[in-house]
Design a protein around this ligand. Structure first.
Ligand SMILES: [Zn+2]
Length: 721
């Protein structure tokens, strides 16, 4: 059933099983006070509903039914979970083999959550039984707006190494390859004496003496994605049969490497997502934007923020709480980028159990405090935002991501440690800092509406994508691809004859090899930053750049380019020089990190050359090239540019693509995103931001803005234009 909404949803996980009647009686009046219009029930209630195999706990079901009735009477919609996320104690005792087995062969115990083997028949049968019973009893209740299947699939257990999972893995491989010969060829088993002569000789990749076979590991990850997706489909089929009029979802976790969410998104009626950025991380707003742009990209539609923390979480080493204003600001930041809801975990803070110290809308202390005032204030604001529900976010830039490429790269042994979508995130981060909205979409996306497309470090693009990108550029698009792209075939083998593979002719360059630096492990965009502020790249000779030549008479004289933390480049292109000039008063050096490609230029123009650092041995060779194709251009960047380098290239290519920031000259700390007719302006900074030329109605405060706006720290406006 397609999902439609005309409101922005506000509320969160509601676990009434924890409370006595007296406490429950306070909940609905408080929800009304806060403007709550949706709650999620029954996520972890299996143990309350099924007393023993096939024996329903009628008291448990009637308490659930009563709760649904009271919520509906109060006009609060219910997102009803199937309750299958954590099997009850009786299952672990009666079917010990329903518990998962670790890589080291240890069977896990009962008493936590998500304790099930991905192939357990007892769990599968239990899931069918419970989802049918929940669907049968409540699927036609007028208050049930959405079914919430399971919870955060794979969050803790996304692989199980028991014998039964081994058997299912073999069957999966037989279906995939058809013959042992095909499997031996795909896995390259002629190397390291790994040839299999019968299917029984294949096991899951348990603990091994050293590196496992990369193709075996990649197939194992694909298999486990399919196992979990199979469990989801099993529940969905029950609900669709019993209550086909209710849309279904399952909550994603931002971007979660074990699961191919793009594939999952095709099987949910609405994408829903759990979002827990760390308030202690200055880049949290950027990470929030990256995840939101990805959720929107899964279906090309709005989605629901299903969980976020109303205060601190309890599961980090250090649990920073949200700062004043941040609860509303981060909720609105997601709505600006396409969320139709700001739901949370959880409504009332637990007094016992593993999540006792996880924040909630109603905290331990009660409601006479600033925290509760913030909860109520956001509810009032969201009630005014219904005109944006379901409306689209327009982006001129597409960042292409590909799960299969990431699986192949993450299981390869070298040449650089894998950082999950690290370069795609880095380019997204630079667009975010520049105030330009991007869609994060799959390699199968339609590119016709975009002016710029970025393919960053995509390991295994296929022929179809190559053709689509050629068409995109010929039609007037600006395309950026970076080092790392095309190293593998879609089957996961090394590309032969030039590492850009299928994309070689489009860029007019042949990537013959790559020099790697010793800092590859630090390439992740999350750790990038300390010494990478615009204009402040680390100079050679500093501790980070190698031994200090003033005191290290011997070691400083030894040339070891790979010990450098940067790739030196120099541009000969006046337009790229102007782009660098425009970044700050003193033009920053053009620099990369981690790796430098040895590029043979066949049919392209080099606009920057390598100089020193890791790239010393490529001094004078092409580093960044452009090629005109039809009405557009294809740009190849042969290194992982740092912040300044990416900003300059984006400024240059963005000018060709005629892309402007959503709010040109926005003050420091200010994010601006246009959704439908509404301009969201979010001030993440610790000081107030002055804005000029803002005209329209601020939906959040229902006031008229006529030009000058002073936006307090950690606050937002949503201007109807
Ligand atoms: Zn298992």
């Amino acid at each position: 059933m397609p999902w439609k909404t005309s409101a922005i949803y506000y509320g969160g996980d509601y676990n009434p099983e924890q409370w006595d009647r007296e406490t429950l009686a306070q909940d609905i009046p408080l929800m009304k006070q806060a403007g709550v219009n949706m709650v999620t029930l029954n996520v972890f209630a299996w143990g309350e509903l099924e007393a023993d195999e096939g024996v329903w706990d009628e008291d448990g079901f009637s308490r659930l039914g009563e709760r649904i009735d009271s919520l509906v009477d109060a006009g609060i919609a219910v997102d009803l979970a199937t309750g299958t996320a954590s099997p009850p104690a009786w299952m672990a005792k009666k079917y010990p083999d329903s518990l998962p087995v670790t890589k080291a062969g240890v069977r896990l115990g009962f008493g936590s959550r998500q304790g099930y083997c991905l192939s357990s028949p007892a769990y599968r049968e239990g899931v069918v039984r419970l989802s049918r019973e929940v669907g049968r009893r409540f699927g036609h209740h007028e208050g049930v707006a959405l079914f919430h299947i399971n919870n955060e699939y794979g969050c803790h257990i996304n692989e199980c190494f028991c014998d039964r999972c081994g058997q299912e893995f073999r069957s999966w491989l037989q279906r995939k390859y058809g013959s042992l010969q095909a499997l031996n060829d795909a896995w390259g088993t002629a190397f390291w004496s790994q040839r299999r002569r019968s299917w029984e000789q294949i096991d899951p990749p348990a603990q091994m003496p050293t590196f496992p076979n990369p193709a075996q590991l990649a197939d194992w990850r694909r298999f486990n994605n399919d196992q979990l997706l199979g469990l989801y489909r099993l529940e969905k089929a029950q609900l669709n049969e019993i209550a086909p009029q209710v849309p279904v979802t399952t909550n994603f976790m931002g971007y979660f490497p074990p699961l191919d969410y793009r594939q999952w998104a095709r099987e949910v009626d609405v994408v829903s997502n759990d979002e827990y950025p760390d308030p202690a991380d200055p880049a949290a707003a950027a990470e929030l934007a990256w995840s939101a742009d990805m959720q929107r990209g899964y279906k090309g539609k709005s989605w629901l923020t299903m969980e976020q923390a109303p205060g601190a979480v309890q599961w980090r080493a250090a649990n920073a709480t949200k700062r004043p204003g941040q609860w509303a600001l981060w909720s609105l930041a997601q709505i600006a980028r396409g969320a139709d809801g700001a739901l949370c975990f959880q409504w009332r803070q637990s007094v016992a159990g593993a999540e006792t110290w996880h924040g909630a809308m109603v905290p331990h202390v009660g409601t006479e405090n600033p925290h509760w005032k913030e909860m109520v204030a956001l509810g009032k604001q969201l009630a005014n935002l219904s005109p944006v529900a379901g409306t689209p976010v327009k982006a001129d830039v597409a960042i292409l991501v590909d799960w299969q490429s990431e699986i192949i790269r993450s299981t390869a042994i070298g040449p650089v440690p894998h950082s999950w979508l690290g370069q795609a995130r880095a380019w997204h981060r630079s667009l975010f800092e520049a105030g330009i909205t991007a869609d994060v979409v799959g390699s199968d996306a339609d590119l016709s509406g975009y002016r710029m497309t970025i393919v960053a470090d995509m390991a295994a693009p296929d022929k179809e994508l190559a053709k689509k990108l050629e068409k995109f550029v010929a039609g007037g698009g600006q395309l950026i691809a970076t080092t790392g792209t095309g190293r593998f075939t879609p089957a996961g083998k090394a590309t032969q004859g030039g590492y850009l593979g299928e994309l070689t002719s489009l860029f007019g360059v042949n990537v013959e090899g790559t020099l790697y630096g010793s800092n590859a492990a630090e390439a992740d965009v999350v750790t990038e930053g300390e010494d990478e502020h615009l204009g402040g790249s680390t100079p050679p000779g500093s501790p980070a750049g190698g031994p200090d030549p003033r005191v290290c008479r011997i070691t400083a004289a030894i040339g070891a380019p790979a010990s450098k933390r940067y790739v030196g480049l120099e541009t000969v292109d006046p337009a790229l020089e102007r782009a660098l000039d425009s970044l700050c008063e003193v033009r920053p050096a053009l620099r990369g990190r981690t790796r430098a490609d040895a590029i043979r230029v066949d049919d392209a123009e080099a606009i920057a050359f390598f100089t020193d650092g890791i790239a010393s041995d490529l001094n004078g060779q092409a580093a960044i090239c452009k090629r005109k194709v039809g009405k557009g251009q294809a740009w190849y960047v042969g290194t992982d540019l740092d912040f300044a380098g990416r900003a300059a290239v984006l400024a240059l290519v963005g000018a060709h693509a005629r892309i402007r920031p959503t709010l040109p000259d926005a003050p420091a700390g200010v994010e601006a995103v246009k959704r439908g007719k509404v301009l969201f302006v979010l001030n993440h900074a610790d000081k107030a931001a002055e804005l000029a030329g803002i005209v329209g109605t601020d939906l959040l405060s229902a006031t008229q803005l006529s030009g000058h706006v002073l936006l307090p720290p950690r606050s937002a406006i949503a201007v109807w234009q």
